[in-house]
Ligand binder design. Structure first.
Ligand code: GLN
Length: 557
């Protein structure tokens, strides 16, 4: 082991998935970080996809992108939000990627005639990935996706058992998150599924050091004691984590639960976690303010928080830090763009008109895109604050170009073409033919040079000077501003149409350093109209909200 000082926490789940294993893991991480440790996190997921890029966002939730350009699932977003750090390609380990690497090594003759097997080859490779991911950490937390006993998850469970042999059992803490349902007909909590899950875990050679018992309501202590007695675990190590209104209060729940003493014991020292900023955020978030702002989120998949998780979390955080109640009003993009209904009868349009500001998030495919263009056009025409994220920039440019004279302006993604001279958004160099393949988009961190006079530059600069936002903003002595944001796109603005885009009311205020790609636009005549080709929502944190979101929400006050 290269990093000899690192300690490892492995979090598994039993009974049900979706009971907050990831949030519990991230909350433990947040507490340890608040104690001053360098904490990193990693998700091991048993599904066979190589990454999350091609997964359906309705089924799987939003696709999150790391700074080094890996498309992952939304759990890594939780990790970044709770720990305010940047995950990387090492923070996600999917069965698909492990198999792919093993098979490629086997095909290249890398196993020298040996039989390649789940044990030891798969399990050893998982251990290697855990080691790599923890190279710089004091404490590394690994969450295993799914629940104990799932067929496809078993090699990961074996790998984390094996890991303790490599680094020493006392350097590993196993946390099991189990669910205890309340059966209304008999009016009681049932511990049997949790007992069985813990029995399964024991069967795989892991006796947990901590059991987090998730319940709907606070459970009597006797429930935890019963689970402890039937699972051969000390009763101090079985704690109750009942449901709580906000995920951001889970760290406080964990602190109250008794886990702190176990963590102190594990790391070998007692340090009070500094939860000041967490407390401040919690207080601000829970407060009822006199002012409520309504944000219209124009989306293809409406009402599904998971699909736009980072966007809604960034908005909510900006609401709390701006001291307003923020209401998200979902606007169905398809309905908004329905040309067969007159504008005064279009329910989606009426809802949009009732909003104080508009956000058009990222998206792929033609469905709903006319509604998004309409939303951008409405914002431009009526001076309604607008924040465009990736596709949100593209539709803003389409709307402006249409106003500027290119009546049929559109994106090549939605049928526009060079021949028709209407491809205001066109496919990026090198992207043709790759439209339905995985891992080929322009992904991850890219730098943009901003026009120092723009609202965008001033917004970033102000935050950087206050030390509020760090990830990559650089302000030079001559006033120049450069920023680094994460990307996930295949299409870009066709600069041939700049005159029409400008005539329609937009200015380009940020480009790639070589000047070729448009990264930011804004409408100087509007109160706040900013759009970016990037996804700033990936870098927004509850305790460190993104300046573009902060400024957008401020403009709604
Ligand atoms: N579909 C657009 C593109 O690929 C926008 C992508 C996005 O919004 N993430 O360029």
């Amino acid at each position: 082991m290269k990093n000899k000082k690192c300690k490892y926490i492995f979090v598994t789940g039993g009974v049900l998935s979706g009971v907050g294993k990831g949030i519990t893991a991230a909350s433990i991480g947040a507490i340890l970080k608040a104690k001053g440790y360098k904490v990193t996190m990693q998700k091991c997921d048993p599904y066979l996809n190589v990454d999350a890029g091609l997964l359906n966002p309705v089924e799987h939730g939003e696709c999150y992108v790391t700074h080094d350009g890996v498309e992952t699932d939304l759990d890594l977003g939780h990790y970044e939000r709770f720990l305010d750090f940047e995950t990387s390609k090492y923070s996600i380990t999917l069965s698909g990627s492990i198999y792919k690497e093993l098979i490629e090594r086997e095909r290249a003759g890398g196993f020298h005639g040996k039989t390649v097997q789940l044990v030891p080859h798969f399990t050893n490779l998982v251990c290697e990935k855990i080691e790599k991911a923890s190279a710089e950490s004091d404490i590394h937390i690994v969450e295993i996706g799914g629940t104990i006993g799932d067929y496809e998850g078993l090699p990961f469970v074996e790998a984390i058992r094996l890991f303790a042999n490599k680094v020493g059992r006392r350097n590993c803490l196993y946390v099991s998150v189990v669910y205890v349902p309340f059966i209304h007909t008999s009016n009681e909590l049932k511990t049997k599924p949790a007992q069985n899950a813990l029995k399964d875990l024991r069967g795989f050679g892991i006796i947990p050091d901590v059991v987090c018992v998730r319940t709907e309501e606070p459970a009597p202590r006797a429930i935890c004691e019963k689970i402890a007695a039937f699972s051969g675990i000390s009763s101090d190590a079985v704690v109750n984590l009942p449901d709580i209104q906000s995920v951001y209060d889970v760290p406080f729940n964990v602190l109250k639960s008794g886990v702190l003493a176990i963590l102190d014991d594990f790391v070998g020292e007692t340090k009070e976690p500094d939860m000041k900023r967490w407390k401040e955020f919690s207080r601000r978030r829970a407060r009822q303010y006199t002012k409520t702002v309504k944000v219209g989120l124009v989306a293809k998949y409406v009402g599904n928080d998971d699909t736009y998780m980072c966007v809604t979390e960034a908005l909510k955080a900006a609401g709390a830090w701006n001291g307003v109640n923020l209401e998200i009003c979902w606007i169905n993009a398809e309905e908004l763009g329905d040309k067969s209904v007159s504008e005064d009868k279009n329910e989606a349009m009426l809802r949009l008109k009732d909003c104080d500001g508009i956000v058009v998030p990222g998206g792929f495919g033609a469905r709903g895109v006319e509604g998004k263009v309409k939303a951008a056009e409405y914002a431009l025409d009526h001076n309604v604050p607008y924040l465009g994220l990736c596709l949100g920039l593209q539709v803003a440019c389409i709307a402006a170009a249409r106003k500027g004279g290119v009546k049929e302006a559109n994106s090549e993604e939605f049928g526009a073409s060079e021949a028709d001279n209407n491809n205001v958004i066109y496919i990026m160099e090198g992207q043709k033919g790759k439209e339905s393949t995985g891992g080929t988009m322009r992904l991850g961190d890219y730098r943009a040079v901003l026009n120092p006079k723009s609202k965008v530059a001033k917004t970033y600069k102000k935050a950087a000077e206050k030390g509020e936002y760090v990830y990559g903003t650089e302000v030079s002595e001559d006033g120049g501003v450069e920023v680094i944001e994460r990307h996930r796109h295949r299409y870009e603005v066709n600069k041939k149409f700049l005159p029409e885009i400008e005539k329609g009311g937009l200015r380009i205020v940020g480009t790639s350093p070589d000047g070729k790609l448009v990264e930011f636009v804004e409408a100087p005549d509007c109160k706040y109209f900013v759009a970016t080709q990037a996804h700033p929502e990936f870098k927004s944190r509850p305790l460190n909200p993104h300046p573009l979101f902060m400024e957008f929400v401020k403009s709604l006050k």
